[in-house]
Design a protein. Structure first.
Length: 441
């Protein structure tokens, strides 16, 4: 097996819309640059590429534009292209941005697509004989379940640090870290790190790759002659908020405005420490042949026209007078706005949404990609039932789509389930579909 690597800057210009919140934000500066990182695999008969992007997500047409550009410029097949977004909330919004009511400018769209394509070309020119090694570990207490049952029986997402009304979290966090280490003859080694947690620690209007960028910087500084790339795992119901923090952690939380001492840097250090703890303990896996498949599954739409008038009234009030006019506080505002937006958008359908499932098998290892933001339990089910011990589960891959809650989450409530465009049952279709895809490789 040969592998090649490249890294291309995709930092947006001043004034571009920043995605992630229900309020308008525009680029006013840069804390750290955003990158497209590319690994190309070559088994002598075919190629495959895994691309990671420091972006919140991509609209469907941008995924397709990137694939078109790569296929036109190389011999890489379309189904062998695996594009994963880190989900940073301090990066550009491609396509339509609802908060600013604007589309991303075409000059930046073209710059971005060309840079990703160029990254693939550079990676193809960097091919070196390689062996692949893996290790698994944990990064403790940097990712937390964000959905809670309150003492009054309600379910809230992000109820606030130290909220005395919290009763218990609604699931268990997955703290697993999967390291794929590519050891290359005559070239820098490549560390591919898979972990699941929302990348939303920074906020504001300055560009940042958030904790995944910090991880890559720290690891590359700690291990000479190493490239690092981050693959976002299933993170739909987890983030960085520790609602019962230690005194030291509470102090770190207060420093969000001071980037040098921020939560993103702290998380990057913990993740890097976890990787470093097993970097010398990796075991080689068979990596002789490539195979790859893509499947489209239809997930049911969560249409609720019986609530349409109520949703329109609430959203009209928000548009006229802003979020302060709404009779809600904190994350409840995002919850009711997300639900109202979903109901309005789905008034006339569609009845289902196509979702892309992707899998690349490299010898005895599989990268499994899900579009959208899957809950952690979905990733757990895939890992547990996969026939391959080394199954790297990634969300936000090759497809946009918002939250993919578990079926039980709709009964419980909370922001993710109420705002998701998908009806209950989508999780089972995803799990069954990706497992079938893996077994067909």
């Amino acid at each position: 097996m040969k592998t090649g690597f490249s890294k291309r800057c995709i930092t947006p210009p001043y004034g571009i819309a920043i995605g992630g919140y229900f309020r308008p934000r525009r680029v006013k500066g840069v804390l750290d640059d955003l990158y497209a990182r590319v690994v190309v695999f070559d088994d002598g008969e075919s190629y495959a590429t895994i691309i990671t992007l420091d972006l919140i997500d991509l609209p469907e047409n941008m995924f397709e534009r990137i694939k078109d550009a790569i296929c036109d410029a190389t011999d890489i097949k379309r189904e062998a292209i695996f594009i994963n977004c880190s989900h940073t909330h301090t990066g550009p919004r491609f396509g339509y941005d609802g908060a600013t009511d604007e589309e991303s400018p075409e000059y930046y769209n073209e710059f971005f697509v060309n840079n990703v394509k160029t990254g693939v070309l550079y990676a193809l020119d960097d091919l070196k004989e390689s062996t692949i090694e893996t290790a698994k570990t944990e990064a403790k207490r940097i990712a937390f379940v964000r959905r809670f049952r309150m003492k009054n029986g309600k379910v809230l997402t992000n109820p606030g640090v130290g909220n005395p009304e919290i009763d218990h979290p609604l699931s268990e966090v997955y703290e697993g870290v999967h390291l794929v280490k590519i050891v290359r003859q005559g070239g820098k080694d490549i560390y591919m790190v898979n972990f699941g947690c929302h990348a939303d620690t920074t906020g504001g209007e300055f560009i940042s790759a958030d904790y995944p960028g910090q991880l890559c910087k720290i690891l590359e500084n700690a291990i000479p002659d190493t490239h690092c790339m981050f693959l976002q795992g299933c993170e739909g119901d987890v983030n960085h908020h520790d609602v019962h923090p230690s005194k030291a952690r509470a102090e770190v939380n207060k420093r969000r405005a001071d980037y040098r001492c921020s939560i993103s840097e702290y998380m990057g250090r913990v993740l890097a420490g976890a990787v470093l703890s097993v970097a010398s303990l990796t075991e080689e896996v068979k990596a002789d042949k490539l195979s790859f498949k893509v499947r489209i599954v239809d997930l049911p739409s969560y249409q609720q026209n019986e609530k349409l008038e109520e949703a329109k009234a609430l959203y009209d009030l928000y548009r006229r007078e802003g979020r302060d006019a709404l009779p809600y506080e904190g994350m409840e505002v995002e919850t009711v706005l997300g639900e109202a937006s979903r109901i309005i958008k789905l008034e006339n359908g569609p009845l289902s949404f196509p979702y892309t499932l992707s899998a690349i098998k490299i010898g005895d290892m599989v990268f499994a990609g899900i579009g959208g933001e899957a809950f952690t339990d979905i990733g757990n089910r895939i890992r547990e039932d996969s026939p391959y011990e080394n199954t790297v589960v990634c969300c936000l891959t090759n497809c946009t789509g918002g939250y993919i809650p578990t079926s039980v989450a709709y009964e419980e409530g909370g922001y993710e389930a109420r705002s998701s465009k998908l009806a209950p049952g989508g999780d089972n279709i995803i799990v069954d579909g990706i497992l079938d895809l893996i077994k067909e490789l």
